[in-house]
Write a protein that binds this ligand. Structure first.
Ligand code: DLL
Length: 432
């Protein structure tokens, strides 16, 4: 299972995991109540004190925390330890409003590295591997997180960061990269560039660790086929830590949450009541093992479901299913809920490249949706008639998946900007 498989932790019994989480919850509630006035006020407003929390069963008594709370508390008001004991800051990639920051002690960084190392090991990584990290480095957590994980596993680490595709491919060939870490949209772009240059035989990749944005099962198959690798999903968010909060194993059947650090819940996003395992809802985390910036019942807005059944790989930590997207990414078009990942699924099934853009507008009081898709170079040389036929096929497939009409336009290859990080798929003119 790879050198960094932490067997005693990752295959612990459910009773042991529950014990860690009970102890962790009691400890963190006490810590924040005593040290973080922001939390104490929130708990007092909810009429709850640490004495009311005796086990994980009491979790619903605690108030939720939202991104707005984090913005209100920016930058220092949620710190649970003196600033002098923190050694690192990371921040969200958000482009609007106040940024959200996360603080780390040495121990927090060590645990974060463990999560990423587990992810690399679960993808088959060992000290024999060359781990090519093309997530951005800097305030974004992707690069630093996978970098630490790669060191822990003992891989030769290539801190490429994002962008400069020519240089990425040159290093990939020269150094024989075997594991690629980047967003799925950038992996797709790299795969396309490798094919265009005809350099497939010089690429030694065997696995990819892709996350930071929603992607479909169809996109996974497409990347796996084009790069000749196994593609693994990895999940995380800055507020909780960064990548490695949850990761896929060889079974590729959901992402194992590092339950020795995080306590997950799934709640109904409308009623905020917990829902049973297997039911779709919003993912909520309590990061009880964090020293500097522990969060209690943080609403991620990410939509998924959870299973606690033992996985085929032997790991016992709960799994979250591939994310459908964020509740705030969900578009309501003509009253229908649409996730961009559903459009992606249809396009790939129709043999189209995964590079697309949705333009949503309101004309004469009615919502409209237009899907722009890059053509493949082969299609570009087709007759106009053949392109129109393909557009009609995609319109029909979207209608059958979503139940609404979307205009479809195939555009010249590469006219839609390729993403080197998180792809921007939606332009919602109703909000402009
Ligand atoms: O995206 C951390 C990360 C880096 C995860 C590298 C995986 C790999 P943020 O920029 O704070 O952090 O964005 C977090 O991205 O709430 C999800 O909505 C989305 N996201 C992250 N991973 C996945 C995934 C990083 N595997 C937000 N599938 C999260 C779908 C994902 N969405």
């Amino acid at each position: 299972m790879g050198k960094y498989f932490q067997e005693d932790i990752e295959t612990a019994s459910r009773e042991t995991i529950e014990q860690w989480q009970n102890d962790g919850l009691l400890d963190v509630v006490k810590r924040v109540y005593e040290n973080v006035p922001f939390y104490r006020k929130k708990m007092e407003a909810a009429g709850v004190t640490p004495d009311d929390i005796k086990s994980v069963e009491d979790l619903p008594k605690l108030p939720f925390l939202t991104k707005d709370d984090l913005r209100d508390a920016y930058p220092y008001d949620l710190l649970a330890i003196p600033l002098k004991d923190c050694v690192r800051i990371q921040s969200t990639s958000g482009t609007t409003g106040k940024r959200v920051v996360d603080f780390y002690t040495h121990a927090d960084i060590d645990k974060w590295g463990n999560g990423c190392a587990r992810a690399i090991a679960a993808a088959g990584g060992t000290s024999e591997d060359v781990c090519h990290v093309s997530y951005g480095y800097g305030l974004f957590t992707g690069g630093p997180g996978l970098n630490d994980g790669s060191h822990k596993v003992g891989c030769l680490t290539l801190p490429m960061s994002s962008g400069n595709t020519d240089r990425q491919l040159q290093f990939m060939m020269d150094l024989g990269s075997t594991i690629l870490c980047c967003t799925p949209s950038y992996a797709s772009y790299l795969a396309e560039s490798i094919h265009e240059r005809g350099i497939q035989d010089q690429i030694k990749l065997k696995a990819g660790i892709f996350g930071a944005e929603a992607w479909s099962e169809e996109m996974r198959h497409d990347i796996e086929e084009k790069l000749g690798i196994k593609a693994y999903d990895i999940y995380g968010l800055t507020e909780i830590e960064g990548p490695g909060v949850a990761f896929e194993c060889e079974a590729q059947d959901g992402m194992h949450i590092c339950e020795d650090y995080f306590l997950p819940e799934i709640v109904d996003p409308d009623t905020l009541e917990p829902v049973p395992d297997g039911q779709i809802g919003e993912l909520v985390f309590t990061s009880f093992a964090k020293e500097a910036f522990p969060l209690i019942r943080y609403r991620t807005k990410d939509i998924t479901y959870i299973t606690r059944e033992k996985c085929k790989c032997g790991r016992t930590h709960a799994r979250i299913h591939r994310l459908m997207g964020r509740s705030d990414d969900m578009l309501i078009i003509k009253g229908v809920n649409v996730y961009p990942s559903q459009i992606e699924e249809v396009l790939i099934k129709q043999g189209m490249p995964a590079n697309y853009q949705l333009i949503v507008d309101r004309v004469n009081n009615s919502d409209t949706m237009e899907v722009l898709v890059d053509m493949t170079p082969e299609m570009f040389s087709d007759t106009i008639g053949a392109i129109e036929v393909k557009e009609k096929e995609i319109v029909a497939a979207l209608k059958s998946m979503l139940g609404i009409y979307a205009k479809v336009k195939l555009v010249e290859p590469k006219s839609i900007t390729r993403s080197e990080g998180k792809a921007v798929r939606v332009i919602d003119k109703r909000k402009i």
